[in-house]
Structure formats: C-alpha cells, structure tokens
Write a protein that binds this ligand. Structure first.
Ligand code: GTR
Length: 424
C-alpha cells in the first residue's frame, strides 16, 4: 500500500518535471551578461561601510523581497493556543523524548491546526539545540515510529487534488525516513522538530482557501492583493510560529534553533530565516530557483518556469519578472546575506542542474561581503569547489554527488557545521 502511494507521488513528480524541463536552458554559454544588485549600496546609492548602515540596508532588501518576490508576510493578529497532545519518554527505543504539540490558530472567525512533532535526545544536557524543518508528506512520514499521530482528516486524496493537498495518511508512514536521519540527529545530541507544510498552505493554486492560509484576508485592493504573501510566505510564517512555541518549552534551547529546508521548503526556510532573526543557523538544501540560486543566471528553472508551474508560491507581482530577472531590485545573494552574522549553509547536488548548483554557490559566495563587514570569514573563492568537499566558515557550502534529495551525507555535513557554532 505504502509503495502504491509512493509510486503515484513519483509519477506525479516525474511528469511535472518532464513538462518543466522542456523550457529550461543548461548551457553556461547561454547565460546573459549580468550584474548583481549591490549589497553594500543603499537604494539611493550611498555606500554601506558599517554594521549600523548595513542594518538599515537590510531593511530595504527585506522590503524588496517582500513586495517583489515572496509577498508580504501576514501581519494580522492571530491567536494561538499550544497544547501537548502526546508525550513519551520512551521514544526511538528509549533514547528520545517525543512530544506532539497541537497549535490551534484563530483569526477572522476561523480556526486551523498545525501539528509539531518533536524528538529530543534523552541523555543530552537540557535545554537542547534543535533542528526544525517543514516536511512534504506528513509528520508520520519522517520516521517509522507508529506513535506519530496522523490526523485522519488529512488522508491522502490523490484523485481530488493530486498530491498537493493538505491531507496525509497512515499509508505513507515512514516513507521519508531516509531524508530525515532522526537517529543520527538524536545521537549527536540535537532535537528535531517538524511540521507538515500542507497544514499551512496546501500546495496547489486554491490552497489558500484551506489550512492555516485560510485565516488570512487576501488584501483590500489590487496593490495589496498583488503584494500579498502566498505559499512560501505562509510556510515561513508557520516556522516562526513554531519558534514561538520553542520559546515556551524548557527542554529546548530557543537560542540554538537550526532551520533546515529542502527544495521548495528550502526556499521557505531561507525566507523565514531572513525575516526572523531568532533562528540561529539556517540551512538550505537544494533550494534552487527562488531559494539560494541566482535568478540572473537564467539557467535551469527560471522565474517564468516557476511562476507558470507554481503560480501560488510567490506574490502576484513577481510574475512581472518573467524573463526580466535583471529588473529585480535584489538577487538571491542578498537573501543569504540577510542571515548575517548568523551561520548559514547552502548545499547543492551535482545532478540537480534544475536547481543550478553553480548559481547556489555564487549566491553563497557573494553574500560573504556582508559577513566581511562583521569580521567573519565566509567562502574564499568564486570558483565552484569539488564534489563532496564541504567549504567555508560562517557561510558553509557543499556540492555532493547525486541528485535532488536530502541524504545522510548532507546531514553529516550539517551536524559538523552546526557543532562548530553551538558547542559550548
Ligand atoms: C520542483 C520545483 C523546484 C523545487 C522542487 C521541490 O518541481 O521546480 O523549484 O522546489 O520542485 O520542491 O522538490
């Protein structure tokens, strides 16, 4: 049964990728001449030479990302109630504590749930540092633990909406275990928290009408509607609400929260990390177009392609940059720079040309200018490093062999990276 669903998911993704790839260009020789928008010059052309001036420049960049790309994150007053609905001291063969937290949001006369699954190492010194990331198919898919709650109201309904709905069922328990490496994380002394992204903004065009997204108004006029945050923005919003919870949990060190996301959820992690400086370290795994990759290279997935296939991810206004990436007031090196001075890690995969590994690397490299202002080392060279050889300092990077995925190798690099900054 499990494999039936997995096969359907794979067929869906392959079909989708086949259609998208028809439009893509991969030849480096076809990359247009481009100039990246300056990080260290204000919109009015004034040089940024101090951290204080950068803090001002930072606000301009955040504003551009909000109004031109991801959309403005909802600022409405949403009430939230956190409730521990399940807890065990004997999880993962006795080496972890498992907590399942139900966050109930209410606004504009509606309510919507968000379930946070948390594992904490039992023998680690409390409070513990913790990785947090959204997952693609439901909390019960991240490991084979039969006690992970499956909200039965969220059962997979492939016929109705494809796989991009906010429903997730028993049939796929554990199918993403290899991507999460829960054991290695716990053995290394870190906690892990995860949330199913479909609860926030189900991943299809009308998804806004379901899940947590449905709590927010859509804007009063055309301008507001056009600049309104959509899926990536609401996914990021959810991560910040999880952070609100971590601040209340005595077992978790809220100063040591590591935000990690893969692919579209890597885009969301970067946008959340840029806006919410409570996240201590940010990790982007194969986040590609609209994540770490530079738009101006126009290689692999581009603004036109992503807007055509995922019109609900970015704000309405972003569509005006289809084939006009050079007019964006920002590029993704600025997104990485918004993490400064916090450590940030960008990871690529050699065969994941769709995500433009070189564009991901160059973003990480160019963001180093801002880290320099803080006196912090980042990535030393604009040349792509060899495969399977992690690089960098406050900005880390690796490109591994293989395709678009999260692998045990990726996790081992992340654990090594975060340890440098988080061990006392
Ligand atoms: C692809 C999309 C990418 C990436 C990926 C994923 O179809 O074009 O931008 O986000 O999905 O999320 O796996």
């Amino acid at each position: 049964m499990k494999y039936y669903y997995l096969t359907l998911l794979l067929i869906f993704f392959s079909f989708e990728n086949y259609a998208q790839k028809e439009w893509a260009v991969y030849d480096e020789a076809l990359i247009p001449e481009y100039q990246l928008p300056a990080l260290m010059k204000t919109d009015k052309g004034k040089d940024v030479t101090t951290v204080k001036e950068w803090r001002q420049r930072r606000k301009e960049l955040l504003q551009h990302f909000a109004t031109e790309m991801y959309g403005i994150t909802p600022g409405e007053k949403v009430k939230v109630q956190f409730k521990t609905i399940e807890k065990s001291e004997q999880a993962l063969n006795g080496k972890a504590v498992r907590k399942q937290i139900l966050a109930t949001f209410s606004a504009n006369g509606r309510t919507a749930p968000m379930n946070i699954l948390i594992y904490l190492p039992k023998n680690a010194h409390k409070p513990v540092p913790l990785f947090v990331g959204l997952n693609f198919y439901g909390n019960q898919t991240i490991c084979d633990d039969p006690a992970i709650l499956t909200n039965e109201a969220y059962c997979l309904n492939v016929e109705e909406k494809g796989v991009y709905n906010n429903k997730s069922s028993e049939a796929i328990r554990g199918v993403q275990s290899e991507r999460w490496c829960v054991d290695s994380i716990i053995n290394a002394g870190y906690g892990l928290a995860t949330i199913y992204y479909g609860e926030l903004y189900p991943d299809y065009e009308e998804g806004r009408e379901a899940g947590v997204a449905s709590l927010f108004s859509t804007g009063k006029n055309e301008k507001e509607k056009n600049e309104q945050g959509q899926a990536i923005s609401i996914w990021s919003w959810g991560l910040s609400r999880a952070m609100d919870y971590f601040e209340t949990d005595e077992d978790i060190d809220e100063k040591k929260i590591i935000l990690m996301g893969h692919s579209r959820l890597g885009k969301a992690a970067l946008w959340a990390g840029a806006q919410d400086e409570r996240f201590a370290i940010i990790i982007s795994n194969d986040s590609g177009c609209g994540g770490a990759a530079l738009f101006r290279r126009k290689i692999g997935e581009t603004a036109r392609i992503i807007n055509a296939y995922f019109p609900h991810w970015f704000c309405g206004k972003f569509k005006q940059y289809n084939e006009r990436e050079e007019f964006l007031p920002v590029d993704q090196h600025a997104l990485i720079a918004l993490m400064a001075p916090r450590p940030v890690y960008v990871a690529s995969a050699e065969d994941d040309l769709w995500a433009d590994p070189k564009g991901e690397y160059l973003s990480a490299y160019h963001a180093g200018e801002v880290y320099g202002l803080y006196g912090l080392k980042a990535l030393g060279s604009s040349e792509m490093p060899p495969v399977n050889a992690p690089q960098g300092n406050y900005i880390g990077y690796h490109i591994r062999t293989g395709g678009h995925d999260v692998t045990p190798y990726d996790w081992s690099c992340y654990l090594t990276f975060v340890k440098r900054f988080l061990s006392e």
